[in-house]
Design a protein around this ligand. Structure first.
Ligand SMILES: Cc1cc2nc3c(=O)[nH]c(=O)nc-3n(C[C@H](O)[C@H](O)[C@H](O)COP(=O)(O)OP(=O)(O)OC[C@H]3O[C@@H](n4cnc5c(N)ncnc54)[C@H](O)[C@@H]3O)c2cc1C
Length: 335
């Protein structure tokens, strides 16, 4: 039991959503506590951390890319300075062209004016381990966000500032009042749930149309392969240093457990073979659940009947791109 204490906001969950929200509350001088316990299946510590404002398949901007991308770029670098930790690596994507892709990219670029984001020029200068019979086009505005490193560094900061409470939050322990909420000796005006896919099972959010997906990816070593760009062809191959790569990711709408599957490992290895004949050594196969709603849009909202309760969720497969801007907006709404 914590001593009775007042704070403006309680955040439940310190994944990407909770971390971004906490940082923006801090910037607005809004007092808060973050309640979190690491759970198996949470997304942010598994994610590859690809930041990409272009839908590769359709060669079009992602939803709100003009807002999300520049803000994310600036915010992560600002946070790196604050936490004195490196976790944001600007990097291009090299999309290996198939037979007709070059023409398709030219057509899409002419139609959507994507010159600030992509270069359609067909280049052939990747390392020879990479199959590039039709060359590759470039998405210039991308990055690798090392989410696990960022989350760890931010957690240390929260501990130092006495903001983190390590506890497994149970909805039944929450007390609602006209003034706000009470939990475990703490009183706050608002509580914002950032529990990712775990919020699907909350009695407060059961009515949302959830469509979470299980994702799997590989961490692997490819001896002799050095890349300074992310390769894309059906899957992405993202360099993380010392000839190690994240290779992913898969999607499944139905699953019985969070154990990595042979089926998805084979799927990723088959796609790798379309990119390279080099053999790879799998170091780890990771799984997590992407918190996703049926309309595939994020949700930042307070409940009509109980506006003390809010949710920041539904970051899906592009959380890294969207979370900073959405957290900034939500923090503004709280003030
Ligand atoms: C395989 C895979 C690959 C991905 N690749 C990318 C990518 O390349 N780029 C990208 O942008 N996104 C990617 N994503 C998606 C990204 O991970 C998510 O959009 C984002 O991390 C979601 O963050 P979140 O904070 O909403 O949820 P989570 O990361 O799941 O965080 C929820 C937090 O709440 C905690 N929690 C849950 N219940 C409780 C409780 N009762 N009490 C206390 N704490 C609780 C959890 O332990 C966790 O810390 C990927 C996801 C997967 C699974």
């Amino acid at each position: 039991m914590h001593k009775t204490e007042n704070t403006d906001v309680l955040i439940v969950g310190q994944g990407l959503a909770g971390t971004m929200l906490s940082y923006h509350l801090l910037k607005q001088n809004i007092t808060h506590k973050v309640i979190d316990v690491p759970k198996i299946g949470h997304a942010s510590r598994v994610a590859a951390g690809l930041i990409n404002p272009i839908v590769v398949k359709r060669v079009t901007k992602t939803w709100q890319a003009e807002l999300f991308y520049p803000y994310a770029y600036q915010l992560y670098q600002e946070l790196e300075v604050k936490l004195k930790t490196k976790f944001y690596y600007p990097m291009s994507i090299s999309k290996l062209y198939g037979k007709d892709d070059h023409q398709f990219w030219q057509y899409r670029n002419a139609k959507e004016q994507l010159d600030d984001y992509i270069s359609v020029v067909s280049r052939y200068d990747l390392p020879e381990d990479i199959k590039q019979p039709y060359g590759y086009g470039t998405i210039k505005t991308c990055a690798r966000l090392d989410m696990a490193t960022m989350l760890d560094a931010y957690r240390q900061f929260l501990i130092k500032e006495d903001i983190l409470i390590e506890a497994d939050f149970n909805d039944d322990d929450l007390v609602l009042s006209n003034e706000g909420v009470g939990w475990n000796g703490l009183k706050a005006k608002h509580i914002i749930f950032c529990r990712g896919a775990f919020d699907e099972h909350s009695r407060f959010f059961k009515y949302l149309k959830w469509n979470n997906t299980k994702g799997e990816l590989l961490e692997a070593e490819v001896e002799g392969l050095e890349l300074d760009t992310i390769i894309s062809k059906g899957i992405f191959v993202m360099p993380i240093g010392q000839q190690h790569f994240k290779i992913g990711a898969t999607y499944a709408h139905h699953w019985s457990d969070l154990i990595p599957t042979d089926e998805k490992r084979r799927e990723l290895l088959d796609k790798w073979k379309r990119i390279s004949d080099s053999s790879l050594t799998i170091k780890e196969q990771l799984t997590g659940i992407r918190p996703t709603l049926a309309d595939r849009r994020p949700v930042t909202a307070f409940l009509d009947a109980t506006p003390q309760l809010g949710i920041f969720n539904g970051l899906g497969s592009r959380g890294g791109l969207m979370a900073p801007y959405l957290a900034m907006e939500m923090a503004k709404n709280i003030t």
